[in-house]
Design a protein around this ligand. Structure first.
Ligand code: F0G
Length: 461
């Protein structure tokens, strides 16, 4: 049996199914109209294949579901917390674990404890919630990603890497008094799901130690990052993923985790660290915002599903299938001549709207127009990562045109089959064939912050 057929095959069998339905073309047009042309506002039951996000949308395993039944709903010191603590210690080597209800809950706790007015937090293209929490605490995020990341077609193995020269320049300018920590997001979601190499993480750690600055891993997709390290970095191919995960964690003083991604749960997260002083600093904010230190806004059963899911997320057969599955979608689209950000990310394929819909200017939101047409053609939902998401400049009130105008087709874990992806490819091709007739959007309603969730539109004339 050819090795690649096995590695791309689903390493699970299906024991429960959820039927999905394609609403009629007429109904799709009506649902889109009722949603003010914003696919975010369409009800889930009216979506055929939902590629809005990979967050909390994965399918839990039989063992995780069994784990839910073992939930110990004791307020303080429930059994499931100790199971989670033991998984985190075993995989990451971090002794202190503070559960949080999801990734942004963890960010809120950590940032409240660490960031003061005027602080600077360098990183590799911070995720939106990370950046929003930094700004909420009156700090500023500084992007130090390598320049290779801004070329959507440059085939580079680690486009999520931190540029050490840019990082050192920030360290020299602000010093440790104004830099409470540096954050490395692996894989880098906002940069296209691109990985960070172990060599780069080690170099970041060394440089940061020299300046006395702690480093935090945003580990939402840490396991997918480990798989890229294994398959792309010299000398790593024969190392077990678990060993790579430990080597990766060793480069950090602490981590925030949205367990809704690589721990394959529908809700959950945590902060972990090996440093008792850091734990002491964050734990009271944990109690204030999330709940007592052994449950952090979650039920005991949720903690159990996380404790089990952390291991399933680093299973090598699973990761080989996962990364191959996403890549399959990217390769089929590329073969069809569709402009796809390259190489494919770990969790999603990103379409380049500047090439797809060049006739639509940024402030008519080409990504949103694409998503509307994709839904009308096929019932598939994607998500705009472009000028709408970028928001307005607080000083001028003008739209901030995105450097990369993208649509993300995000693949939930263990949910869709290769045939579902074939359907998505056909759907994108249909929109591609009529791309020259596609018009942009005009805003009719917009919230002052995080406008992409609720904005409403009409078609531009
Ligand atoms: N960090 C990264 C890299 C993320 O991608 C996300 C969420 C978070 C933190 C926040 O975690 O959602 O559990 O509060 N990303 C989702 C997405 C929402 O669609 O990419 P959360």
């Amino acid at each position: 049996m050819a090795r690649d057929v096995f590695s791309e095959m689903e390493p699970f069998r299906i024991k429960m199914v959820e039927p999905i339905h394609l609403p009629s073309g007429e109904d799709r047009a009506r649902f889109l109209e009722e949603a003010g042309l914003n696919v975010f506002l369409i009800k889930g039951e009216n979506i055929l294949i939902d590629l809005l996000t990979d967050s909390g949308t994965g399918a839990m395993s039989d063992r995780q579901w069994a784990g839910l039944m073992m939930g110990d709903e004791t307020y303080a010191g429930c059994r499931n917390f100790y199971n989670l603590e033991s998984s985190v210690r075993d995989i990451f080597g971090f002794n202190y674990v503070l559960p949080c209800h999801q990734g942004r809950g963890a960010e809120n706790v950590l940032h409240s404890a660490f960031i003061k007015k005027g602080d600077v937090i360098p990183g590799n293209t911070h995720f939106d919630t990370t950046k929003a929490h930094i700004e909420h605490n009156n700090g500023r995020a500084v992007d130090c990603t390598v320049d290779e990341a801004s070329d959507p077609y440059l085939d580079h193995p680690f486009k999520g890497n931190v540029d050490l020269k840019k990082l050192e320049a920030v360290y020299k300018e602000f010093g440790k008094d104004r830099i409470p920590f540096t954050v490395v997001t692996a894989t880098c979601n906002s940069g296209g799901g691109q990985p960070v190499s172990l060599e780069n993480m080690r170099a970041v750690k060394k440089l940061s130690a020299k300046y006395g600055i702690p480093v935090c891993l945003d580990g939402a997709r840490y396991a997918e990052n480990c798989y890229f390290i294994k398959t792309r970095e010299d000398g790593m191919r024969d190392r077990p993923i678990k060993e790579i995960a430990r080597m990766q964690a060793d480069c950090f003083d602490m981590m925030t985790m949205s367990a809704k991604k690589d721990a394959i749960v529908n809700i959950g997260g945590f902060i972990a660290t090996g440093d008792p002083a850091i734990y002491d600093r964050i734990k009271n904010f944990g109690i204030l915002f999330e709940g007592f230190v052994t449950y952090g806004g979650l039920a005991g059963r949720d903690l159990e599903a996380m404790a089990i899911g952390l291991y399933e997320g680093i299973d090598e057969d699973y990761l080989g299938y996962r990364i191959g599955h996403v890549r399959y979608l990217g390769e089929r689209l590329k073969e069809a001549g569709i402009p796809v950000l390259w190489p494919p990310g770990g969790h999603a394929i990103y379409l380049d709207m500047k090439k797809f819909l060049p006739q639509i200017p940024p402030d008519q939101f080409p990504g949103m127009a694409f998503c509307a047409h994709l839904y009308l053609e096929s019932g598939v939902r994607g998500v705009e990562i472009g000028t709408l998401l970028n928001g307005r400049d607080p000083d001028t009130g003008k739209n901030r045109p995105a450097t990369l105008e993208l649509v993300r087709l995000t693949i939930p874990r263990r949910v869709y089959t290769y045939r579902h992806l074939d359907y998505v490819v056909e759907a994108v091709k249909k929109v591609w064939d009529k791309r020259r007739q596609i018009k942009g959007f005009e805003l009719t309603n917009e919230a002052p912050v995080l406008r992409h969730f609720t904005a409403r539109f009409r078609w531009a004339p």
